[in-house]
Design a protein around this ligand. Sequence first.
Ligand SMILES: C[S@@+](CC[C@H](N)C(=O)[O-])C[C@H]1O[C@@H](n2cnc3c(N)ncnc32)[C@H](O)[C@@H]1O
Length: 271
Amino acid sequence: MPERTPFYGRPGLNTETYDVRAEQDLAAQRLDGDVAFYLEQAGRVGGPVLELGGGTGRVAWRFAEAGFDVVLLDLSPGMLDLAEAKRSSKPADVDQRLQTLRADMRDFQLDRQFAMAIAPFRAFAALPTWQDQHLCLETTREHLRERGLLILHVFDPRLDLCLPELTAPLSPDRGRVRHPVSGNEIRIDVLSRHNDPLAQMLEERWRFTETDSNGRVVRQEEEILRLRWTYRYEMRHLLELAGFEVEAEFSDFRGSPPAYGREQVWLARKA
Ligand SMILES: C[S@@+](CC[C@H](N)C(=O)[O-])C[C@H]1O[C@@H](n2cnc3c(N)ncnc32)[C@H](O)[C@@H]1O
C-alpha cells in the first residue's frame, strides 16, 4: 500500500463502510444533528450550496432533497463513486440538483458563486498545513456571494491525546460494522498513533478486516489517517486572515457555547 495515499484515497473497505460508520458517529454524538443544522442555516441564507470534501454525499444529497442546488466537491474517486451510486434511487428533480466534482478544496475554479459553503465532519482537518488551510479559505471565499456563509466543522484538540510521547492509540479497537453490500463483518483497529505537536498533525494507521460468515478473512486493508488539529483561536485568526467575519462559534450542532475537547463549529460570513 502506498504510504502517501490519503485516507479514503482509494476505493476499498474504508470508503465502502464510510456511511455505516458515520451512523455510529451520529450515535456517538460527534455528528449529532449536523445535517439538520446545515439545512436550517441554508433555510436562512438560501442556496446554492458548495460542500467541500463532500465524500459519499451523506450531507449533500439531503440538501438536494430539500430543494437546494448543491455542488459536492471531493478529491477521492472512491468517495465520489459512492455519492454517484446513490443517484439512481433519487427522483429526477433531486438528481438534477446535485453535481459532483473531483477537485482539491485548496485549488478549484467554478464559474459560479454560492450563498453557502460547508465542510462537514472535519474535512478541513485533512489539509496538512496552515498554508493549505489558508489557501482553501481564500479559494472558498472567492466562490461565495457577498455576505455568503461558510460553516466549518473541526475537532477541538484534547491536549492529552496530542502529546509527542503518545505512540499507541488510546482506543485501538474501533469496533465492528456490517459491510453494506456483502453483509460481512468489518473489524476496525487503529494500530499506531504518532503526534507531531510542532506541525499539529496526528497520524494513525487503521486496519480494516473483512470476515465472511465462516470466519474467514476475505479482505484486509490498511490506510493512514492524517489530520491537522487547529486551536480555537488559530481557527478564528485563519478565518479573519482570509477575509471572513466570525458570526458564531459552537461546540456541537445544538448551538452549545465553545467547550474544550469537543467540536468546533464555525459560522463565518464573507466580509
Ligand atoms: C470525513 S469525510 C467527510 C465527508 C462528508 N463531508 C460527510 O460529512 O459525510 C472527509 C472527506 O474529505 C475529502 N478530502 C480530504 N482532503 C481533501 C481535499 N484536499 N480536497 C477535497 N476533498 C478532500 C476526503 O476524500 C473525504 O471524502
